[in-house]
Ligand binder design. Structure first.
Ligand code: TYD
Length: 131
């Protein structure tokens, strides 16, 4: 359903640094990067799957919780470590909640934004993955 990518932490006495490189620690050509921050208290986001898109999600500050669902099983993962990437393939439903005030999520994807790649209706999602 997902894979954890260990991101090597560089840096020394001055602090830490992680670099994301396409087809190195990120297992695809990087087409887009976006970040989610300043999420209001109690909000749950996501509620979609992608038809084709692959992505790696990294919580670079604070914490949140992600629920992943392949139409058969569900898992909950706590994201609170900037050195762990979560690789999510297409056709996985996700809901992200319990954002801390300082939570920043970086999302690295293999495609430009395309609203037609979204499956936003859960019943449609189940039909697609179960057929
Ligand atoms: P949305 O997908 O609704 O966010 P979430 O699923 O995390 O709740 O995206 C919020 C808005 O941002 C929506 O108007 C679409 C827009 N958007 C872009 O323009 N480009 C992007 O790369 C993404 C991810 C969203």
């Amino acid at each position: 359903m997902y894979k954890i990518i260990d991101l090597e932490v560089k840096g020394g006495d001055s602090g830490s640094l992680i670099s994301l490189e396409q087809n190195k620690n990120i297992p695809f050509d990087i087409k887009r990067v976006y970040y989610i921050f300043d999420t209001k208290l109690g909000v749950t986001r996501g509620f979609h799957a992608h038809k084709k898109l692959k992505q790696v999600i990294i919580c670079v500050s604070g914490s949140c919780e992600i629920m992943l669902d392949n139409g058969f099983d569900k898992v909950n993962i706590i994201l609170n470590d900037p050195s762990k990437g979560i690789l999510i393939e297409s056709k996985i439903w996700r809901e992200i909640s319990n954002f801390s005030k300082d939570c920043v999520i970086v999302v690295v994807t293999d495609a430009l934004y395309d609203k037609d790649d979204y499956i936003r209706n859960y019943e449609d999602f189940l039909k697609i993955v179960r057929r």
